[in-house]
Design a protein around this ligand. Structure first.
Ligand SMILES: Cc1ncc(COP(=O)(O)O)c(C=O)c1O
Length: 971
């Protein structure tokens, strides 16, 4: 490699941890002569690709950013007044720099390990408080994927609530007001069909419902921008025994009577305009709030207040037994990855502005909208909305003419039809923007523009008195303290310090692939050319995105061995759902809609069965044999038994046990022979890229977790992207979208609106696609293949070091693992009373995040180091595990107390270590500094072990009233 080639390949050396010297040492420890030998021993020859992967050549980080800057220039950023759930917003710089662009916030995982996640847990509790206060509903979750799916979750929640006690559906109808956002309507249609829900569209003001309705949805303000009084409609729905969800806008709610005050049962919406860039459709945090009656049914993560081992306040994820991880096919919702990072940004936006600041922003918008409406009226245009917050619906003789004038001035409106234009004002709109809008309308009518007068008294006639908000919100000190930039910066830093992120140490979560999220991959996400595009902007304005989407679709198709890719699903679970809908579409087109049985191995991730149920399928579980592999005889028997109704199989490969099952081709063959299709869960794709592929193995469809294999950070529980890749058979059944009707899709495939729409935006959380694009582009074909090889080497190296101390479950045929492996901790329960959780918490004292706990096997940890960790970090982790082994041995051998020991009391906080009193039989040094490197770099868990049951028994999921702190301090 000459110096210049070396430069182009430079990113691989930044992304992949071990250097040549380390690689040699590690191979020796594993007991193989070369990386090739290890890979040959690990991946069955029958599924190894015969040719090297060929997608793209590598480029240096510098080259990449320069090239991307040219591509970004192909996007045209017009001033957008399109609205429809997406509004321009001002991300406060202090939040942009300290949260959005800060690995201390974006590289974390979902806060399962509460003791080292108190920062984001507090921020998510703030988010829930914002949502709960503004909607005046007591329960709120910590974000959902987008407004469309949040609305669908509300519908499903109501449906289950009304039909749960009956064997058959007795209350099938759901009323959908005509004036909800079109993309929400489409997501509802997709979700309703498999459940047998009958959607009835109409005008809420004229609706005559009966006891066949379990619920209804209205938008507030509606998709035209009109503010309607829904009180009598809500009464009517309640009168027939149904529930009402209001899709709404948090900013509007600072001025409007809240949904809870109108007696709505739930409220959903998009928190995007609270400081999160539009990003061509996402990612943003959707919100969900409900009445207390839905405590056990509310979808998604809920953060709750609990206490720790010392009785101090500690936060945690509450009521997790509702989730698909536990309930599997009985789960009523399927949210695994949500939008935590964006929820944190929106929460911080509220913290920074406070209630008064938010109201000021909303009032400015309302006043500008009012001024615009008055002036348009002067010009002879009427606004159809009598009452409105930010959106006008203007009657025009001919939208085409207006559109061409507007586009010449780089302005986008929302064109409802040939005679109605929507204009949505946002936080960024200025008086001069209003003048620009007016001049477009004036020109369209050949008139002269005079000027704009603002109501000096800030009086907003556009908000009806009867729906004006009188109640206070965000009274908690968190929203009334951090208004100066210094305060805000310190608040953000204080929370960041409580969380263990990838900028502290490796996070070896099996099945989650916490690899490097490189700065060069992430920087462009906040470039205005990408962050400011509206997802419904005309195609001609997003040629830059178009190129990225097209290339990424091609690359992902090649990598998976398939022929088409949809980038719409914005989480792995949603990809599963979209893939299963495609399978259903295929069977239905062959007049085989009755094929609805899906076989799922017992070891599958909880989202698999939950997605299958959402897609209207019946789950049949396949057993594992003693080695954790799919039990072939059970598989064959079930395939035969259900051959007439078999829709397919969902299989994770390599298996969730971290093993490349030799029989995978045969498994796919059995399913195909019996008329089914194979869905491959791509969560473990980091062990496949470049060496084998789902298509080559024989699957028909897979999803990819771009937030695992393709370097999108996990953001503390989202965002994510779960695109699906399919073979020719399934290509016609990829998700559609309202905007695709007018556009030729970049991959030239079908995808019309009539195909199930799974996300609100056409390309899901489009802006973070840039990260995966950069990952592939900078590493090139060889680099991404090498990433796989090193992911396998790193796992096998750790396995080789740890197997001298711990039992490793389920190795492959040659005693190698794939990219992850399971450490069995169950024996220590009998010998020392030590459980997997104790080890997980003790790792925190060593400065590490625990590996995946008790999945897929209870009482174990699953370690996935990824390729991005170098030998030194792998050794630090192994040394910690080996030290912990000796600590367990000390208990076993009676040298340490059975209950009062370093493991049972872990994690040890600074408060505990520095307390004047110390009554333990081990030293403070042994508790907090058990290994040398901690003297240099000590991470302190901010709370002691969190009490899970206390938090569920006393559910508190918003910031507690100040009085509760006061009582505590007096006590
Ligand atoms: C094997 C497997 N399948 C599916 C998923 C779901 O992906 P997501 O969290 O993006 O919904 C996960 C997530 O951890 C997983 O590990």
């Amino acid at each position: 490699m000459n110096l210049f080639e070396k430069q182009s390949n430079e990113f691989a050396t930044r992304h992949i941890g071990p250097n040549d010297q380390e690689t040699k040492q590690m191979l020796k420890t594993v007991g193989v002569r070369s990386l090739d030998e290890l890979i040959d021993k690990t991946i069955p020859a029958a599924i190894r690709l015969k040719q090297p992967l060929s997608v793209t050549s590598p480029v240096s980080e510098y080259e990449y950013l320069s090239e991307l800057s040219k591509i970004s220039a192909k996007n045209k950023i017009f001033k957008s007044y399109i609205g429809q759930g997406y509004y321009d917003t001002i991300t406060p710089s202090v939040i942009l720099r300290n949260v959005f662009e800060n690995p201390g916030w974006y590289t974390q995982y979902t806060p399962y390990q509460a003791e080292i996640s108190q920062g984001r847990l507090e921020s998510l509790l703030n988010f829930q408080t914002v949502v709960s206060d503004l909607t005046a509903l007591p329960l709120a979750n910590a974000s959902l994927l987008d407004e469309g799916t949040a609305a669908a979750e509300a519908m499903a929640m109501f449906f289950n609530q009304k039909n749960k006690d009956h064997e058959h559906i007795t209350v099938p109808k759901f009323f959908v007001d005509n004036n909800i956002f079109p993309q929400t309507k489409d997501v509802l249609i997709t979700r309703a069909t498999p459940f047998g829900i009958e959607l009835v569209f109409g005008d809420f003001a004229k609706a005559k419902l009966d006891s066949g309705y379990f619920g209804a949805i209205v938008q507030y303000p509606d998709s035209n921008g009109s503010i309607n009084d829904y009180r009598s409609f809500i009464n009517h729905v309640h009168g027939v025994g149904g529930y009402v969800v209001m899709a709404t806008d948090l900013l509007a709610l600072t001025l409007l009577t809240a949904p809870g005050e109108l007696d709505a049962d739930a409220a959903v919406g998009n928190a995007q305009r609270f400081g999160v860039p539009i990003g061509f459709g996402g990612p943003h945090a959707a919100f969900f709030a409900a009445k207390d009656d839905f405590k056990r049914a509310i979808p998604g993560r809920i953060i709750g207040v609990s206490i720790d081992a010392q009785g101090n306040r500690a936060l945690r994820m509450a009521l997790q037994t509702r989730e698909q991880h536990i309930k599997r096919e009985k789960a009523t919702s399927n949210i695994c990855t949500a939008q935590a990072l964006l929820a944190n940004m929106s929460a911080m936006y509220a913290v920074y502005h406070g209630p008064e600041g938010l109201k000021d922003i909303a009032k400015r918008i309302a006043i500008l909208a009012q001024a615009l409406s008055y002036e348009l009226d002067e010009l002879g245009y009427t606004n159809s909305n009598e009452y409105y917050f930010d959106t006008l619906k203007i009657n025009v003789p001919d939208t085409k003419k207006l559109k061409s004038i507007a586009e010449l001035r780089q302005i986008n409106f929302n064109y409802f039809d040939d005679q109605h234009v929507g204009i949505s004002i946002d936080e960024t709109t200025s008086l001069s923007d209003i003048l620009d809008i007016l001049s477009v309308f004036a020109e369209a009518d050949g008139l002269d523009l005079v000027g704009v007068t603002l109501d000096e008294g800030e009086h907003t006639n556009n908000i009806p008195a009867i729906l004006t908000r009188n109640s206070a919100f965000l009274t908690h000190p968190n929203f009334n303290t951090h208004h100066s930039e210094s305060e805000m910066m310190r608040y953000l830093k204080s929370l960041e310090n409580k969380d263990l992120s990838l900028n502290t140490s490796m996070i070896s979560l099996g099945s989650c692939t916490m690899k490097l999220n490189a700065a060069s991959e992430l920087i462009p996400v906040s470039w205005p050319a990408f962050s400011k595009l509206h997802p419904l902007a005309p195609t001609s304005q997003w040629a830059g995105y178009g190129q990225i989407i097209r290339e990424l679709q091609e690359w992902l198709s090649k990598i998976t061995g398939f022929s088409a890719t949809s980038l719409q699903p914005n989480s792995g679970a949603q990809g599963e759902y979209a893939g299963l809908l495609a399978i259903h579409g295929y069977h239905a087109a062959k007049k085989q809609s009755h094929r609805n049985v899906i076989l799922i191995p017992i070891s599958a991730h909880g989202t698999n069965p939950a997605s299958a149920v959402m897609a209207g399928m019946k789950v049949v579980v396949i057993k594992s044999d003693e080695d954790g592999h799919i039990d072939m005889s059970d598989l064959k028997a079930k395939a035969e038994q259900y051959k007439d109704s078999l829709a397919g199989l969902m299989v994770t490969y390599p298996s969730t046990h971290g093993v490349f099952e030799e029989e995978i081709k045969e498994i796919c063959g059995v399913i195909h022979e019996h008329g089914g299709l194979v869905y491959m869960d791509g969560a473990n794709m980091n062990a496949q890229v470049g060496l084998t592929s789902p298509g080559y193995i024989g699957a028909d469809v897979c999803h990819l977790n771009l937030h695992k294999t393709f370097a999108i950070p996990h953001g503390g529980g989202g965002p994510g992207m779960g695109p699906i890749c399919v073979n020719e058979k399934l290509a016609p059944y990829l998700p559609g979208h309202i905007s695709f009707d007018q556009q030729t899709l970049s991959n030239g495939k079908s995808n019309f609106r009539s195909n199930g729409v799974v996300s609100a935006a056409p390309f899901g959380s489009a802006s973070i696609l840039l990260i995966s694009y950069a990952y592939i582009k900078m590493l090139g074909s060889e680099g991404i293949t090498n990433a796989t090889r090193y992911a396998i080497l790193n796992a096998n190296y750790m396995k080789a070091r740890l197997e001298k101390y711990y039992k490793i479950l389920y190795s492959g045929a040659n005693n190698t693992c794939a990219h992850e492996f399971i450490v069995d901790l169950r024996p220590f329960k009998n010998t020392a009373g030590i459980e997997a959780e104790d080890v997980a918490k003790r790792l925190m004292d060593y400065g590490f995040h625990a590996p995946t706990l008790s999945f897929p096997v209870p009482g174990t940890i699953m370690i996935e180091p990824t390729e991005s960790e170098d030998k030194a970090e792998l050794d630090r982790f192994c040394n910690a595990m080996i030290n912990i082994y000796h600590e367990i041995k000390a208990v076993e051998e009676g040298k340490a107390d059975k209950t009062d020991n370093v493991l049972k009391n872990a994690p040890h906080t600074q408060l505990v270590i520095c307390a004047d009193e110390w009554n333990h039989p081990y030293s403070r040094q042994a508790a907090a500094f058990p290994v040398e490197h901690l003297r240099e770099n000590k991470f302190w868990p901010s709370v002691g072990r969190v009490n899970n049951t206390y938090g569920d028994r006393n559910l508190v999921c918003t910031c507690e009233p100040v009085s509760s702190y006061a009582e505590e301090s007096i006590a």
